[in-house]
Design a protein around this ligand. Structure first.
Ligand SMILES: *Cc1c(COP(=O)(O)O)cnc(C)c1O
Length: 396
């Protein structure tokens, strides 16, 4: 984008990062499936290989289509650099393994994404890396753990599935004070609703599989941050081989052209649905940062421009009620993902926290009748009517 003024996020979603690879007048980014890139001039080849000149050598390292996706995200997160991955978990694991050495220490929270939690509890301890997992919203306790010294502070906000909000600015500041690298998983918020780098984080990462792609048809991940750090993470990824596929990158680019419109609609619908559910007699509680009754609504207001498209709610009854309720929804896939154009609903017991026992879920504060509801872009009135008829039926 060779424009003079800094464009708004919606304009970036449509235009950013594309001009370099619009070939022969094409208005759309090509999907470059080529694994390798050939050179007749050996000196030019050498210049590209040694990064003295822009270009591509081999598809595991870089690819034009993949580069456009990275550029779009980089610009929308306001970062110096970005690198992409085959999945969101690859973004998370490659980042953590780049940053950490045996003997190091990480401070994070109990409510991180299920797969991330497995890295913390199963894989990092094997490498003699100490992991302190704190109560997600006990910010004073997290600060106290950070103050003991750590190399990485790993944050996520809002969290899955109970939509807890972490004070990113406050915790980033605590991390900075001990020289830690602050990493934030921004998957639930998207760059439309929240920019962690502006709140003091060093690195922001996404599962692009969710809202960025937005159509539940491609897996991907991305990390954005300062050049030197991102370069180290890129190096780890190119050798580990968790490369984003060019076709998936294309689907992300295409999906992101409507990111701001989708997220705007999802923010609006989620707010209305949360308000509807909050007063429904068959709903025990609703978890959504946009509700004034949310414990950290004030922090959400401070650090987010919108409260996101995911909410969760607890039904009266027991797991049999969930069994009865879910198939009654006409406009919701009963499925494990989130952030798509279609509404998706599911209980954490079968999705994000399937690895946990009933007791573990209870200890984590996840009720058995909790439903995670990822709002799609359908008309809000139809979604509310759909929830109404399903609730009426099971409460009878
Ligand atoms: C889905 C998800 C991930 C993992 O992403 P994949 O693309 O499934 O590997 C990480 N963090 C959050 C918050 C997620 O929702």
């Amino acid at each position: 984008m060779s424009k003079n003024t800094q464009p708004h996020l919606g304009t970036m979603a449509v235009w950013a990062g594309e001009d370099e690879y619009l070939m022969q007048g094409a208005t759309q980014v090509p999907v470059v499936h080529s694994v390798s890139f050939g050179y007749n001039d050996v000196d030019e080849w050498l210049d590209v290989a040694l990064e003295r000149k822009k270009g591509h050598i081999y598809g595991r390292n870089t690819n034009p289509t993949v580069h456009v996706f990275e550029e779009k995200l980089r610009l929308m997160e306001g970062a110096e650099a970005a690198t992409s991955f085959a999945t969101g978990m690859a973004a998370i694991s490659n980042t953590l393994y780049t940053l950490l050495r045996p003997g190091d220490r990480v401070v994070s929270a109990k409510d991180t994404y299920g797969g991330t939690n497995v890295i913390f509890t199963e894989f990092l301890p094997r490498l003699n890396i100490d992991v302190a997992l704190c109560d997600t919203t006990d910010f004073a306790a997290i600060e106290a753990e950070i103050a003991k010294g750590c190399n990485v502070v790993y944050l996520e906000s809002p969290t899955n599935p109970t939509l807890k909000v972490m004070d990113l600015e406050r915790l980033a500041k605590a991390g900075k004070a001990v020289g830690a690298t602050i990493v934030v998983d921004n998957t639930f918020a998207t760059p439309i609703n929240q920019n962690p780098l502006a709140l003091g984080a060093d690195l922001v990462l996404h599962s692009a599989t969710k809202f960025l792609g937005g159509h539940a048809d491609a897996l991907g991940g991305v990390v954005c941050g300062p050049k030197d750090l991102v370069k180290q993470i890129y190096h780890y990824r190119e050798i580990n081989g968790a490369t984003l596929h060019p076709m998936a990158a294309y689907l992300m680019i295409r999906g992101m052209k409507t990111l701001h419109l989708r997220v705007r609609q999802q923010n609006e619908s989620a707010q209305q649905i949360a308000e509807f559910l909050a007063v429904h007699p068959f709903v025990r509680s609703v978890y959504y940062p946009g509700l004034p009754s949310h414990t950290h609504h004030d922090i959400a207001r401070k650090q987010m421009r919108g409260f996101g498209g995911v909410l969760s709610f607890e039904l009266q009854g027991d797991f049999d009620t969930v069994r009865d309720f879910l198939p009654r929804l006409n406009y919701a896939h009963a499925a494990a993902n989130l952030g798509s154009v279609e509404t998706i609903a599911g209980p954490p017991a079968t999705t994000s926290h399937v690895e946990c026992t009933l007791e573990e879920r209870q200890a984590m504060g996840i009720p058995e009748t909790l439903i995670r509801y990822s709002v799609g872009i359908e008309d809000t009135a139809d979604l509310i009517a759909d929830l109404q008829q399903a609730l009426d039926a099971v409460s009878r």
